[in-house]
Design a protein around this ligand. Sequence first.
Ligand code: GTP
Ligand code: MG
Length: 201
Amino acid sequence: MMKINHSVFEKSSKTINQCPSNNLPEFALVGRSNVGKSSLINSLLNNKTIAKISSKPGKTLLINHFMVNKKMYLVDLPGYGYASISKKDKESVKRMHRSYFKLRKELLYTLLLIDIRHDIQKIDIEFMQFLNNNYCPFVIIFTKADKLKEESLRNQFKNLKNQISEFWDTLPLMFLTSSKSRTGIDKICEFFESSLSKYSN
Ligand code: GTP
Ligand code: MG
């Protein structure tokens, strides 16, 4: 399994023109604000503070590149669907998502995060459709598994799968994770490794 033994925050970019230009493949994290994107990056990189997190939604507002093992990037993006950031910030986030997912050639896979405690929202489905329209393959990561007890966790996992299958004939890969208890972190590392090996072949 791929072990992450080297990671470094490289830069924050406002537009994709400013993003790193060394052609390393990248994995981007998206999802509703506060779903735990930045926290998941910290868990994957085994560094509590490398990505900035906050209990207040709308923390990440730029495109953040983290170089991993000198061979790929993890990309922390601003969240969508949060009502109370300013209209101006919302527009800028939308523009950023549009240009990133339409134009970023280095993007190998998108990780779309969903809070396991909540039912699927219209905006999540719309974002999946947006990714699909732009030929961006994605997997789904359910977050905050530590917040539910075993039985409700299993039920909710099933519910969410059913809800998503109403919109997708072929279900994307799905992972159940907790950044707090590190559930599912190794599985995501395995996914990185297998995606990278397919890419280089
Ligand atoms: P934006 O940058 O605002 O879009 O949010 P984000 O998706 O990056 O969320 P962030 O990682 O900043 O986490 C939001 C809140 O959820 C913080 O208070 C985290 O501590 C909490 N959180 C994230 N992941 C987990 C988890 O696995 N378990 C628990 N219990 N809390 C979590
Ligand atoms: Mg964030």
